[in-house]
Write a protein that binds this ligand. Structure first.
Ligand SMILES: *Cc1c(COP(=O)(O)O)cnc(C)c1O
Length: 427
């Protein structure tokens, strides 16, 4: 059995025992919650040494999630773009359609080991809620999902999925009635009863040990991908690209390559309607250091330290903070953080669909968009590995309504790819 959680893979030896990645991370929470977090940390450190736990986790990854997910050489897309070879790590093929199930199963298994009856969490677009409700159903725990009133109205199919899976969806009506308020409400509920329930956060964010734990549960993505690309291409890629919301799918794939200095890593944030407008969620690119939801990291905040409203076409990327390890990797210069706009993401969404028959999630489309830009600057025998974090079924109606294709007569000039992309309606 492959021990996917060995600490060896966390080659930076971070976080330290205080949960810090350099100056970032840590734990800024009330003392009562700190006691609970200390317990979670202790239990987590036990289970990652426990062969029974690791066997159960790896068995579920294989037989339930469908791991390993393939790495696929997107030849037609690479050819059309003209440049480096683009390979995709197909997390979109996981049960429930994205990478989130990887850490949800880990978190719910941990909850069960700790004797908890219930798991609770926040959700924005409902993706984390659905993944957690799935893992809770699988392992027989109760599940409460806190969700803003605005998001409940917007994301009806995911609300239905959670209910069918047996979760309670609890409406949050304070503040902007969206993700940040849902996190606040879920934390408060956790404080009220930290004994029978456990908070399963949706990304590599929150107080220690969550950024470490979620990263470790996602690191299976990088471990698999590294072996797969070496088998397929005979060597490591020049570049690895992933989209960054809270940063869990990116940490999952990056973690295996951190020590390989010849591999350039790119995290792609949502530039929304443009970095010079207020409508983006490019936390590292445009933010400053602060504290939110119990941890220190780059944040999009106003002068008083209040988190700013964020926006992008991909609701899974709309968080005003970012995982503390990303802030650290940014400051030491190990990862390059760039961004892609809504329109670039939509071009990548259509481009991958037409060239490969793969409809990517709008979140993942940000990574594909950056890979397309990057490929053009690289040689034909160079390799870009993209983490395709999820599938786009949830996004199809939105894209067709807001970014329809304009009918046109192909000119027959060039390979037709750029011409096709230029006929997506501009907002
Ligand atoms: C939630 C989500 C993301 C963003 O979360 P990270 O923690 O940044 O990975 C990215 N892609 C998909 C498909 C998602 O559902």
């Amino acid at each position: 059995m492959q021990n996917i959680l060995t600490k060896e893979i966390n080659t930076t030896n971070l976080p330290d025992s205080n949960g810090r990645f350099g100056e970032f991370g840590g734990s800024y929470i009330p003392p009562q919650l700190q006691t609970v977090m200390d317990e979670v940390t202790k239990e987590y450190e036990n289970i990652v040494q426990d062969p029974v736990f690791l066997e159960e986790l790896s068995s579920l990854q294989r037989h339930y999630v469908g791991r390993p997910s393939p790495v696929y050489h997107a030849k037609r897309l690479s050819e059309a773009v003209g440049g480096a070879q683009i390979y995709l790590k197909r997390e979109d093929l996981n049960h429930t359609g994205a990478h989130k199930i990887n850490h949800c199963i880990g978190e719910v298994l941990l909850a069960k080991k700790m004797g908890k009856k219930k798991v609770i969490a926040e959700t924005g677009a409902g993706q984390h809620g659905v993944a957690l409700a799935t893992a809770a159903a699988l392992l027989g725990l109760e599940c409460d999902i806190y969700m803003g009133e605005v998001d409940i109205k917007k994301e009806a199919p995911n609300v239905s999925r959670m209910k069918i899976l047996g979760a309670q969806v609890i409406e949050v009506t304070r503040g902007t009635k969206t993700l940040k308020d849902a996190v606040d409400a879920a934390f408060e509920a956790y404080l009220e009863d930290p004994d029978t329930q456990i908070y399963c956060i949706g990304s590599v964010v929150g107080p220690h040990p969550f950024p470490m734990m979620v990263r470790d549960f996602q690191s299976v993505v990088g471990i698999e991908a590294k072996a797969q690309i070496q088998e397929l291409a005979g060597r490591l890629p020049e570049a690895v690209v992933a989209c960054v919301g809270g940063g869990s799918n990116a940490m999952g794939i990056f973690s295996a390559f951190l020590e390989d200095s010849e591999v350039t890593l790119y995290g792609v944030e949502p530039a929304g309607k443009g970095l010079d407008t207020p409508d983006h969620a490019a936390t590292i690119t445009k933010g400053s250091v602060g504290i939110l939801h119990g941890f220190k990291s780059f944040l999009l905040q106003d002068e008083s330290g209040e988190a700013l409203p964020v926006y992008s076409i991909a609701s899974g990327l709309d968080y005003p903070g970012v995982g503390p390890q990303h802030s650290y990797l940014k400051t030491i210069g190990r990862v390059n953080y760039d961004s892609a706009t809504d329109h670039e993401a939509v071009e990548a969404f259509y481009g991958l669909s037409r060239m490969e028959g793969i409809i990517p999630a709008l979140e993942s489309s940000h990574a594909v968009a950056h890979a397309i830009k990057l490929a053009k600057t690289m040689k034909k025998d160079e390799i870009i590995l993209v983490n395709l974090s999820g599938r786009g079924d949830k996004d199809i109606d939105y894209v067709l309504e807001h970014y329809p294709l304009v009918e046109y007569e192909p000119t027959g000039k060039g390979n037709g790819f750029e011409e096709f992309l230029s006929h997506i309606k501009k907002q």
